[in-house]
Design a protein around this ligand. Structure first.
Ligand code: GLY
Ligand code: MN
Ligand code: MN
Length: 381
């Protein structure tokens, strides 16, 4: 075992135990985990293929030959949950899963309905019933692992803090580089190089550098436009560190900003502060969204705020909780200590440009901790 392995193993085992409790509540004998971030969360296996079968008395990681050595190392170093067994996949993952479920006499098998393609689900059903077969009952479920993942454990909180803090140096590098005449793509290149230099494994998503009128497109990427004096420039970037994502946006001014730029920036900043000020356990994600929306609406920018206020971050850059308007048929997401999400209101005015300000926050016992650490006042470069 390597140093820290004992606590890593305990952390994984606690996650598995929490998921087992939810499997019990769902009435299933086992859950077949096919969503890669969920597999990584529960087993430590970070390869791009694999299936994890969590049952009440066993934990099997089904892997093909490409991952055998990586799995052996995880087990040898103790960086995996207690009792993890690696099962060889000689040909097809789904055949191996079907065989494993049969051998263990699992009767009600839950699958991740949000991720398993319908065609594969029907294959499991077809191979289990009809023609005299009396195989297991396959049952799509939603959110069994995600419901646990939403509240970050101590190890995850530390990784998310490191990931968010790492963006400070990246922002500084971007601000030093932004000037008239460089292209959006040049700026994105500098941001991504600074991420690697700061210890990030990779960007968490395609870096957005949206200058001048391009700022009106919330999910613009970075193009050939040259930055010009008088532009507002939306810089939205994030990285993956220890597997955990961070996500920040700053909007900067190139040369003295005009009245409208100051007005819109001020409104978005107040909206963000109002939303962050509401974050506390017991509040709902919808209330956080409403707080930001109310400020922008009061400034006549309600229509200009065309997306949700934020999203959870963790092993994925977009995960639960969704911080947006209430959705019909979905229960309101109640905030709990340990949840981590972005707060990123914006205002987008076609033909003119846009402003977005985004930070990452963690819900604490009484309020929240802002994880990202970059000044939020309008920076004039
Ligand atoms: N860059 C994507 C986002 O902020 O969610
Ligand atoms: Mn972002
Ligand atoms: Mn975001």
């Amino acid at each position: 075992m390597t140093v820290g392995a004992e606590s890593a193993a305990a952390q994984f085992s606690a996650r598995v135990a929490a998921v087992r409790a939810r499997i019990t509540s769902s009435g299933a004998d086992a859950l077949v985990v096919t969503h890669q971030p969920n597999i990584r969360y529960l087993s430590g296996h970070s390869g791009s293929a694999g299936i994890l079968v969590v049952s009440h008395d066993a934990l099997a990681l089904l892997l093909d030959g490409r991952y055998r050595e990586a799995a052996r190392r995880l087990l040898e170093e103790g960086l995996a949950p207690d009792g993890l067994e690696v099962v060889d996949v000689p040909a097809s993952y789904d055949s191996a899963t079907l065989a494993y479920v049969g051998e263990r006499h699992l009767r009600r098998v839950a699958v991740e309905g949000d991720y398993l393609p319908v065609g594969r689900f029907r294959w499991f059903e077809r191979m289990s019933a009809g023609d005299g077969r009396t195989g297991p009952l396959w049952q799509p479920v939603a959110g069994l692992v995600e419901g646990v993942r939403t509240v970050k454990d101590v190890a995850e909180q530390e990784s998310l803090r490191r990931s968010a803090r790492g963006l400070t140096a990246v922002a500084e590098a971007a601000f030093r580089f932004v000037r008239e005449g460089v292209t959006e793509r040049d700026v994105a290149g500098v941001i991504e190089a600074a991420m690697r230099a700061s210890g990030f494994e990779k960007p968490a998503f395609d870096t957005i550098v949206a200058s001048g009128p391009n700022g009106a497109l919330p999910h613009y990427r970075a193009g050939d436009r040259k930055l010009a004096s008088g532009d507002l420039v939306v810089l939205d970037f994030g990285g993956v560190m220890d597997g955990y994502c961070s996500d920040i946006t700053r909007t900067v001014a190139l040369g003295p900003p005009g009245m409208e730029a100051r007005r819109v920036y001020g409104a978005v900043l107040r909206a963000q502060q109002a939303a962050i000020g509401q974050v506390a356990p017991g509040r709902t994600a919808e209330e956080i969204d409403a707080a930001a929306r109310a400020v922008l609406a009061a400034d006549g920018l309600g229509e200009a705020f065309s997306h949700g206020t934020g999203h959870g971050i963790g092993l994925e850059v977009h995960e639960a909780p969704r911080v947006g308007r209430a959705v019909e048929g979905s229960a309101p997401a109640e905030l709990m200590a340990g949840m981590v999400f972005t707060v990123e209101p914006g205002a987008y005015l076609p033909g003119w440009g846009g402003v977005r300000i985004e930070d990452d926050v963690m819900v604490t016992g009484v309020g929240c901790e802002v994880l990202t650490d970059v000044p939020r006042e309008l920076l004039v470069l």
